[in-house]
Design a protein around this ligand. Structure first.
Ligand code: MG
Length: 93
């Protein structure tokens, strides 16, 4: 799993690239996530850039979480535990 230090490092890199600033809005973050998700969709199942585009989605989400001071590592671990105990109505066969 990615470390808190790496999440912080990537956030700072993105700030230094001028893509995030203290006033970056919730809508700007969600628009960027949507943009990156569209790139995943455009790559399709077999696109050569799929791995990089999935990474972009995740890193953009990490940036948003860092911006809002969310301890995403903790949240991910908690969510895994929640999902473990969930009974799915739409099981993948
Ligand atoms: Mg991308």
């Amino acid at each position: 799993m990615i470390t808190k230090d790496k999440i912080k490092e990537h956030y700072k890199i993105t700030v230094n690239r001028g893509l995030i600033h203290p006033g970056t809005s919730f809508k700007e973050f969600t628009n960027k996530i949507q943009e990156e998700l569209n790139e995943v969709i455009n790559e399709g199942e077999t696109g050569k850039g799929l791995n990089k585009e999935i990474a972009d989605v995740i890193l953009t989400c990490y940036n948003m979480a860092y911006h809002y001071s969310i301890d995403i590592e903790k949240e991910l671990l908690e969510k895994i535990e929640i999902n473990k105990n969930r009974v799915s109505k739409n099981k993948i066969k």
